[in-house]
Design a protein around this ligand. Structure first.
Ligand code: AFP
Length: 358
């Protein structure tokens, strides 16, 4: 399709006309994009919009809510509840599923979303984002919580918006991963990157190393090897990034490769991982896999992980396929007792692992 001229609506008609018989899925995605335009306008105002700072409440995660968290949540619900496309929604900001008001027609999809990911960065003007996941609910009944707890492989669409120097929408409906840039003058998302592909190798990793003492050994092993650079068994130097706004880290990886790790750690035993499965890990994993990358919880694909509760947390390791596969191998070696403690290259210029070819 024509980059720089194809609108989101035209793109969806092209991609969905064979499968979206009543146009509900395309309609839902257009409604989500409309909410993203509203959120983009609010975030762009910064302090001038009076949106900075926190409000006195905390959300279901026990996190202090920013004004923009609540306003973004409202923008998505207001844009999506009335169009006759949804049977229900789950939001990071709401403990229970959001029902479709009785005055509106119910549709056949479920929408799970994090309305403003990275919101602790709002007041310091760092890119933030919105993440969403669409599931099918092909029943006439009101959805139960179990109807939302579908494995990630069953998603029919997923995407995110990144409110950065440019506002972009990244989307998959299962036919590749594509990116649209918001033309603020005409208020349209325009296709600018078609069929994004993540390089299978990378020299860039993203992790919050302040948690190092809480990691499992295979994660420490991987990160130490990256830090050892060309003096170690990897034989090449690595770069590190950590924006602490997952959407921004994801976007960088989509654009130039890399690997992102928010692994399981022992920092808070009640929270085996930080990121939520239904509305952060699953949609991002769908996007990453559709772009030729891999997404794992360390011991298998995130998209095959059963969902047990709406706000379930999960370890997240995604990005360039060969790096994710290496990290999974390290977890398997650790679990099978093969793994040895990391030995600094000062004491050994060769890995203990014959398989650790550079
Ligand atoms: P906030 O939405 O509370 O800012 O959390 C953002 C996030 O869920 C994800 O976007 C980041 O990758 C991760 O947390 C950063 O976590 P740390 O602050 O522990 O590095």
């Amino acid at each position: 399709m024509q980059l720089g001229r194809t609108t989101l609506s035209k793109f969806l008609i092209e991609q969905l006309h064979e499968v979206d018989d009543n146009g509900q899925l395309a309609g839902l995605l257009v409604d989500v994009a409309a909410a993203m335009k509203s959120i983009a306008a609010m975030t762009a105002k910064g302090a001038l919009g009076g949106f900075h700072g926190a409000i006195e409440t905390t959300n279901v995660q026990g996190e202090v809510q920013k004004k923009l968290d609540v306003l973004s949540n409202d923008a998505l619900i207001d844009a999506c509840e009335w169009g006759g496309t949804l049977a229900g929604m789950i939001s990071e900001e709401n403990e229970d599923p959001i029902r479709i008001p009785s005055e509106f027609k119910r549709g056949r999809y479920l929408l799970n979303f994090d309305p403003l990911d990275g919101s602790s960065n709002i007041d310091v003007n760092v890119s933030v984002g919105t993440i969403f996941s669409v599931l099918l609910h092909d029943k006439d009944s009101e959805p139960t919580i179990d109807d939302f707890l579908q494995v990630g492989r069953r998603q029919v669409a997923a995407g995110y918006a990144i409110y950065g120097p440019a506002t972009m929408l990244v989307l998959t409906v299962g036919k590749g991963t594509h990116a649209f840039t918001l033309d603020r003058e005409i208020g349209n998302f325009i296709l600018t990157h078609e069929n994004l592909r993540i390089p299978v190798d990378t020299g860039e990793f993203a992790i919050n190393t302040s948690n190092e003492r809480f990691w499992e050994p295979p994660v420490s092993r991987y990160v130490e090897e990256c830090k050892a650079g060309k003096t170690g068994i990897r034989g090449r130097d690595f770069n590190m990034r950590w924006i602490a706004s997952m959407v921004a880290d994801v976007h960088r990886i989509l654009m130039r490769g890399g690997v992102f790790l928010y692994p399981r750690d022992t920092k808070d035993p009640k929270k085996p991982g930080r990121l939520r499965l239904l509305y952060e890990a699953n949609p991002v994993s769908f996007i990453i896999e559709q772009a030729g990358g891999a997404s794992s919880h360390g011991r298998g694909p995130i998209l095959d992980l059963p969902a047990e509760s709406p706000h379930q947390r999960v370890a997240v390791i995604f990005g360039s396929k060969n790096e994710v596969e290496r990290i999974e191998r390290y977890h398997a070696e650790f679990d099978s007792g093969v793994d040895q403690p990391y030995i600094s290259p000062l004491f050994s210029n060769r890995s203990l692992y014959r398989s650790e070819a550079i």
